[in-house]
Design a protein around this ligand. Sequence first.
Ligand SMILES: *Cc1c(COP(=O)(O)O)cnc(C)c1O
Length: 420
Amino acid sequence: MAFNYNWNRRTFLGTLGALLGTLFSGRMAFALPPKARDKAAPLSGFGSTGNVYEELGVTTVINGQGTMTVLGGSLMRPEVEAVMAMAGRHFVSIPDLEVAAGKRIVEMLKLPEGYGAIVTSGAAAAMQSGLAGILTGDNPKFIEQLPDLTGLKSEVIIQKSHRNPFDHQLRSTGVKLVVIESREDLKKAINPQTAMMHFTNFADNEGQIKAEEWVKLAHENQIPAFIDAAADTPPVSRLWDFANMGYDLIAFSGGKAIRGPQCAGLLIGKKDLVAYALLNNSPHEDTLGRSQKVGKEEIVGMVKALESYLKEDHDALNKEWQRRLDYISGQITRIPGVTTSFPAPEIANHVPHMHIKWDSARIALTPREAAAALRSGKPSIVLASGEHGEVLSMNSFMLQPGEEKIIAQELGKVLKSHAA
Ligand SMILES: *Cc1c(COP(=O)(O)O)cnc(C)c1O
């Protein structure tokens, strides 16, 4: 399948039709409910133009910032949309489906013996229900009582540089985060109330204790270790590296580089802990995780997304992403004073990135102003301008075919219009 895919009704239904045609040809078609057979029926009313966003009056953007949840994460491959549509045609036991999908995921990723997986509504949900499961086990009373921790362990240890907004999901279980920096701090912090040791993978280079040592120290103290690896593919090997390292629980986003359903994620881990996490999650009602419902469509879509992601030619993708940036760089560095550099993050969103700078004496515009001008332009383009507005930066892995040309052209216009 082509990497890039412009979503519209015709291509979606076309792909779906083709897939259903192959899968359910001949005799099989009669076994399908009527709805599945009238797949080509044209839409009327909402959606009939093929652009639901335009119909609602919301502007779509060209995404040069990456897999940002606030922009919709990523775009699913057509075959993922197709299996989600198939999933939506039948009723099924969700707990049974979770177990079966988990089994398939474990096989696909060739995870070590004793590992299981479930599909959650995202990496954030995997963090909350993973920790909830560690706290409660399979005790129904404990599951119902969360976030009241009476009678339960109540502390999670985390390195100071690993704190980030997503640890709210850990705190939502009622636990206290015990923040440490050194190995000495860690030794002192461990006590009978310690439920888990949490590791944020993107912060690996910032903490004194690295991923491999963290899990080792946790296990020396009989404490389960969790790693948040939400945005840590590529490389694809991350999907099994942390299980091989021995981490008890591992969270990934489904709707980032894997391009699964936007409301999906993976919780991978020791079978018993994954089972306890599921007990703390939807569809079970008197649970903390009931608010993180994951549907049959997302569960099935996540299986397909992983299958496609594993088959992808990752080197070729990387080259294509770099080619797009090189194209933009080639165009805009023709403007006197404009320079580019390519500092890819080592961990998390490990894909080609580009920083764009210019001589402010020649072009009277801050990076933030440039980003704002692109955002309010037509078409609207989203690039980043750094936490402190210090540099205009972008990546290209969420661009659709040809969008690199539009970015080069529009950014060129903005820069030239402020040139002395
Ligand atoms: C995106 C992200 C999350 C949340 O993932 P979702 O799949 O959107 O729930 C958690 N942690 C980190 C580090 C992330 O980048």
